[in-house]
Write a protein that binds this ligand. Structure first.
Ligand code: ATP
Length: 433
């Protein structure tokens, strides 16, 4: 009863009214179809922890697709159903989505009788989940709206901050849970239960993770690297001996903590400065994580993770090219002391944001860092005001001269020698003579 009072008040007070209204409506549709309906999993976990989670997962004891279609018809949602899995996605007019699942079908064949189809209970369904903290359900039907259902001691584990599997074969059944355990542990500032940690160690020893497909391993790694604060999870991967499943060389030459921390700082600097800019943060961490690897080993890691071939090639090439350019740049810097803006521009042009941020984190040379920062903040976006048509108009004969002149004008603009379009045209004309 005490738990239910807490859930009731959380549903009333912390949920935005619109979210609560949707839950109530889900319950009403369940009532009409005479189906028990529950909010389950991460949503309930986060509700109890007081953190926002807009992803509501709903489980229906019965035909979830019928449920979703009825709900959609009444509330103007679109439905995407997967008959085979008994699941559906409700898409609201504002784009918000709710996943609906049915407790799974079980087929029983009793001797001498026709096969009967029954639905497994909610309990069986929740038992298939990864950790106790993800097994909570809240009933949504009107008569018991807000009733907390806790089969596996999840409330206690949430209270104590413990990540615990439901049974001993959990990691054998699905080795990705090893990574999920670490991700939740670090995100929620929980602790993996001792027995669960022993099961992880056992899975590592027995090489269960060797069998994990590249794409699934990648998905888990990416999810970890996309967390707000991924470093503690990375060090947990390291101390549990899990990095070797990405590449064995990561055990012999482990990632540098200093570099990873620098990467984190560079990332927060960049995100503060360029709120809108789209880039893949996890790639910066991935490059930093693999910094100690030779080209061959890096290639091996990319292949192990089954990265998209095109992306793999691009990443390898950028990593190599950045290395070369940085070396050249260091040399120029030591010869000249400082570089002109146009030199900086052409050194970095064509390198991705991710590779540049990684190099920025890696470089111990403050002047080089300043150059990369200047490139991001100013140089990268500089364009000439004139283009080919302007050159045509002033009588430049068609040919490779166009590119040369436009590059020269861009360099002058980068270096602050020309500002206005008139000045650019005057400069272009001077090349004609
Ligand atoms: P997040 O906030 O990271 O999205 P979540 O708990 O919503 O956390 P999802 O990955 O969206 O996590 O998974 C939804 C639910 O499905 C989880 O609560 C979990 O119980 C279950 N689940 C996901 N992956 C597994 C797995 N590998 N084994 C068992 N259950 C899983």
């Amino acid at each position: 009863p005490a738990k239910n009072r807490i859930v009731g008040s959380l549903l009333n007070k912390t949920l935005p009214p619109r979210a609560r209204e949707i839950l109530v409506n889900l319950g009403k549709v369940g009532d009409r179809l005479d189906l028990p309906v529950y909010a389950v999993g991460g949503f309930v976990r986060d509700l109890l922890l007081g953190s926002e989670n807009r992803d509501v997962d709903v489980t229906v004891e019965g035909d979830g697709i019928l449920f979703a279609e009825t709900f959609a018809a009444e509330f103007g949602c679109r439905v995407k159903s997967h008959e085979k899995f008994g699941t559906a996605v409700l898409v609201f007019p504002d784009g918000h989505k709710i996943d609906v699942a049915s407790t799974r079908l079980e087929y029983y064949v009793s001797p001498g009788a026709l096969p009967t189809v029954e639905r497994s209970s909610l309990r069986m369904d929740l038992y298939r989940r990864d950790f106790t903290v993800n097994t909570l359900a809240i009933q949504l039907n009107a008569a018991s709206f807000g009733l907390l259902i806790d089969f596996f001691g999840a409330y206690r584990d949430l209270h104590d901050g413990v990540i615990r599997v439901l049974h001993n074969l959990s990691f054998v059944e699905d080795p990705t849970r090893v990574f999920r355990a670490i991700r939740f542990e670090q995100r929620l500032h929980f602790r993996i239960a001792r027995h669960t940690e022993n099961l992880i160690k056992n899975a590592v020893k027995m090489d269960f993770l060797e069998k994990l497909g590249g794409r699934r391993l990648l998905a888990e790694l990416v999810q970890i690297l996309k967390e707000k604060e991924p470093l503690s999870a990375v060090w947990r991967l390291e101390s549990l001996g899990l990095l070797r499943f990405i590449h064995p060389a990561l055990e012999a030459s482990p990632p540098s903590h200093d570099l990873m921390e620098e990467a984190r700082d560079v990332i927060s600097w960049f995100e503060l400065l360029f709120l809108e800019r789209r880039y893949e943060r996890w790639v910066v961490y991935f490059l930093a994580l693999c910094d100690s690897l030779s080209s061959e080993a890096f290639e091996g890691a990319c292949a192990r993770l089954a990265l998209n071939v095109h992306f793999q090639e691009k990443l390898k090439e950028m990593r190599r090219s950045a290395e070369e350019r940085m070396a050249n740049m260091e040399k120029r810097l030591s010869q000249q002391g400082r570089l002109e803006n146009n030199e900086i521009y052409y050194f970095f042009k064509g390198l991705s944001v991710e590779v540049l941020l990684y190099r920025m984190a890696k470089s111990g040379n403050p002047e080089l860092k300043r150059c990369i920062s200047l490139y991001f903040t100013k140089l990268d976006s500089v364009r000439t005001s004139i283009d080919g048509t302007d050159l045509q108009r002033i009588g430049v004969p068609p040919g490779p001269r166009y590119r040369e002149i436009l590059d020269a004008v861009l360099s002058a603009k980068l270096n602050g020698v020309v500002f206005s379009k008139e000045e650019e045209i005057a400069l272009a004309k001077s090349y004609l003579r």
